[in-house]
Design a protein around this ligand. Structure first.
Ligand code: MRU
Length: 346
């Protein structure tokens, strides 16, 4: 199976597959400047919660190249400045803040500048490598929910392109196919960025997995007329009370799944659990209306009319069948399962 990679650390530089160019061009951004990585996150050249966490961690590793001092406090200041630039790129995916905090925490244990630089680079690369490992674990766990011949519905791209490798929502699909099951995928196109139509369709077709695209507003009739066995979606954040924050349209998919009796599973590493916050504390990213109004540079709405564009929505826990994590499946009551998992983790 040929599964694309979205981010790599190559000879001390960050190499990002530019997702704004997909599927028409496979083009890479190679940089040793953390500000360029921050721009790539903000402009969605790289996107997907785990991938932007990895990108931010690697960007902090790049920031250590700017340290020209032997004084630890000055070196920490440079790191803090980079962390603050990276934190202001996108507000919703918790993995971004989780990765930045994890690298900073490790850096704070250093007693010399050399130690700090080594620790930051090492931690960033660890976050990257671990991501693939947890995705493969979620693949093993989630695969058991799939029967040979099943059709999976998904939204956006929670695939390899959104992670270090292998994806979250795609992981059970890849594992099932690796084990010889025949699986088909239906992906919602995901207006306005079309992560489903452009990215998931690109990634799955490259891997040789049959995939069909539906418009976001098709899911009602689709689930009445076509075979749809299970929904796997990603997560940008799961709050302590079990609310799922994910790509705009996920809530509507979950409602339809509930109505039609289709199991609905977010697939998310435990780094996506935000145990500190409830739903009232979450910032839902609002992006410029022009991203809705223009398609590939062409205005599709009349002059003078603006749009409202929330990039994510919130799915309540009563619509969730279970959350697949690398530590097992969290079943309802979800908030209790989260609490138990976290108390075992900490
Ligand atoms: O705006 P995006 O493309 O970054 O949104 C991505 C999603 O909503 C994904 O489902 C989520 O980040 C999980 S990716 C494994």
């Amino acid at each position: 199976m040929s599964i694309p990679r979205t981010i790599e650390w190559v000879d001390g530089k960050v190499r990002i597959l530019n997702q704004l160019k997909l599927p028409h061009k496979v083009e890479y951004i190679e940089t040793d400047d953390y500000r360029r990585v921050a721009r790539a996150i903000k402009d969605m050249e790289i996107r997907g919660a785990p991938a932007i966490g990895i990108a931010a961690a690697m960007a902090l590793a790049l920031a250590t190249r700017e340290i020209r001092t032997v004084h630890l406090e000055e070196a920490i200041k440079i790191l803090e400045e980079a962390a603050s630039v990276l934190s202001s790129t996108r507000p919703t995916a918790v993995n971004l803040f989780w990765a930045i905090e994890r690298v900073k925490k490790r850096a704070m244990r250093a007693t010399t500048v050399d130690e700090l630089v080594e620790a930051v680079v090492d931690e960033a690369l660890k976050i990257w490598k671990e991501d693939e490992e947890v995705n493969r674990k979620m693949g093993e766990i989630g695969e058991k929910l799939l029967e040979d011949g099943d059709t999976v519905i998904t939204i956006c791209n929670a695939g390899s392109l959104a992670t270090g490798y292998y994806g979250t929502a795609t992981a059970p699909i890849y594992t099932a196919v690796e084990k010889g099951k025949s699986i088909e995928v239906i992906v919602m196109e995901t207006r306005p960025y079309l992560q489903g139509a452009r990215l998931t369709a690109f990634e799955l077709s490259r891997a040789g997995i049959p995939v069909k695209i539906v418009t976001d507003n098709s899911i009602g009739i689709l689930t009445m007329k076509e075979k749809v066995d299970i929904a796997f979606v990603g997560a940008d954040r799961i709050t302590r009370d079990g609310y799922l924050v994910n790509k705009i349209g996920t809530y509507l998919l979950a409602l339809v799944c509930k109505e039609r009796g289709i199991p609905f599973y977010p697939v998310a590493p435990t780094s996506t659990l935000d145990i500190k916050r409830g739903i009232e504390d979450i910032v839902i990213e609002k992006r410029p209306g022009k991203e809705v109004i223009y398609i590939y540079g062409h205005r599709i709405a009349p002059e003078g009319v603006d749009a409202i564009y929330y990039a994510f929505d919130i799915t309540p826990p009563n619509l969730i069948t279970g959350i697949i994590t690398e530590r097992g499946i969290l079943y309802p009551p979800i908030h209790k399962a989260i609490k138990k998992l976290v108390s075992n983790r900490d």
